[in-house]
Structures are given as C-alpha cells and as structure tokens.
Design a protein around this ligand. Structure first.
Ligand code: ADE
Length: 254
C-alpha cells in the first residue's frame, strides 16, 4: 500500500491529525518524534518538519530513507507576497524557489548550484487532487471554522491560489522586507505568491529521491511588520483546521 507522509510545520497543525490516527505508533528518530498509523484508511506517517530549510531537509530525508514513504504532503502557514494573496487564503504550490540562495556570479542568482535549475516543481497529480479537496473545503469554511472566526479574520472572501512559493531561513516581518524580496524575485522573472521557510528544501530532497511532493499553505500574514501579531492564535484557530479539512477530504478520495 502507498505510504503517505504528512509533514506539518507546527505542532498545532499536527495535533488534530494525531487525534484521528488509528493503529498509532510513536517512533523516535533523529531527535524527532514521528507517528505511524492509519488515517481514513491510508497508511500514513505524521512528522513535524521543524522550522527552516536544514531541519525540513533532515526530516524529509528521514521520511524517505527510514520510513520508506511514497509521497509527501506538507501543510503549514505562509506570508502573502503577491497583492491578491490575503490572510486566510490558501496557496497550493506549483513550484518552489529559495529566495535566500545566491551563488552569483558563479551561477545566476537563485539557481541551485550543480542542479542547473532554480525552481523545483510540485507533483502535478498530487497537487491537482489537493486542489480539488481545498476548493471543496473552502466553499464550506464557515461550517468547520464557525461563523465567528470567519467574521473575526475576515475570511468571507478567502480564496485558493496556485503558484510559486519562496522559501528562506527568515521569518519575514520587517516593514518593506516582503516587498523588497518580491521585487528582487520579480526582477529575475519569478513571481512568488507567498513566503515560508521549508518548502523549497523539502522539494529539493524529494527531487533527489524522485518522491512526489505537494504543499499547501494557509496565509497567516502579509510578510510585513504586523506578521508576528496573533500568529499562534491564527495557527490554532484557523490554519490547523484548514489543514485538517483539506487533508481529510483528500485522504477520503484515495
Ligand atoms: N510563515 C508564515 N508567515 C511567514 C513569514 N512572514 N515569513 C516566513 N515564513 C512565514
């Protein structure tokens, strides 16, 4: 049977999934605690990526080498960069770039040395199935978040987007930083929808091993000076439920 890894960035996003796991076993490996079991009939491994590209790459390698997963789905939050990407929207990755990788002039800015490429693609089939699940979940947002939460965060018009995710080892929360980062990427022909801290690293490891990978990010902030405000509360009240709703719908279609 196909074994699916569900990588979450934060413990709050993982808790609901662990609660639904059957035949659950907790395994310690590489300083991490992972959960193996069954979720809606599927063989799954639940893991925390940890924060940042190196930690996420280690977790991904362990999932592939030690836990023999066949595909990886990542859920987490991200800061919106493109003007149309608002708090509460969902961004499904089409591809990934490392916004803090610069080996110029040896290779062009953002290019990953020795790979001859700058962007790593998400798996198209996996992403299409998750897109269907996300679109379905988003039409019922008030049902599973509650009308009070939807009103408080202004999620009435929340949308699902698909595009480029930019990853780097930095929580972007200084005035003007998100715009600068976006402008630099645009100047090199890359229009990123959102910024986070792990996706491109996971994508590169999955590329190395030929493992299909897809990522979903709920937009928690606009990557500006207000980015830290109520971050944990947003994750608890919104993002964790978004991840669970989409993953549940997707797993049930398999
Ligand atoms: N994840 C969520 N918001 C983020 C931000 N502003 N910068 C980097 N990663 C994030």
């Amino acid at each position: 049977m196909t074994r699916t890894a569900i990588l979450s960035a934060l413990i709050d996003e993982q808790r609901g999934l662990i609660g639904q796991l059957t035949d659950a076993t907790e395994v310690a490996h590489a300083g991490r605690r992972l959960w193996c079991g069954r979720l809606h009939g599927q063989d799954v491994v639940l893991a925390l990526s940890r924060i940042g590209k190196v930690a996420a790459a280690t977790t991904t390698t362990a999932l592939i080498e030690r836990f023999a997963v066949d595909r990886i789905v990542f859920t987490g939050v991200a800061g919106g960069l493109a003007p149309e990407v608002r708090v509460g929207d969902l961004v499904l990755a089409h591809d990934f770039i490392q916004h803090d990788l610069d080996s110029s002039p040896i290779v062009p800015r953002y290019e990953v040395p020795l790979y001859g490429q700058t962007r790593f693609l998400a798996d198209a089939t996996l992403s299409a199935a998750l897109h269907r699940a996300a679109t379905d979940a988003w039409t019922q947002l008030p049902d599973w978040l509650g009308t009070e939460v939807v009103a408080r965060y202004g999620l009435g018009q929340a949308r699902v987007h698909q595009g480029l995710l930019a990853s780097g080892d930095r929580f972007v929360s200084v005035a003007g930083e998100g715009q600068r980062l976006q402008a630099d990427l645009l100047a090199h022909g890359h229009r990123a929808l959102a910024v986070e801290m792990e996706g491109a690293a996971v994508a590169q490891v999955c590329f190395d091993y030929g493992v299909p990978f897809a990522a979903l990010r709920t937009i928690s902030d606009r990557a500006d000076a207000t980015a830290h405000a109520d971050f944990n509360q947003f994750v608890r009240e919104v993002a964790s439920h978004c991840a669970e709703a989409v993953l549940t719908r997707w797993l049930k279609t398999l």
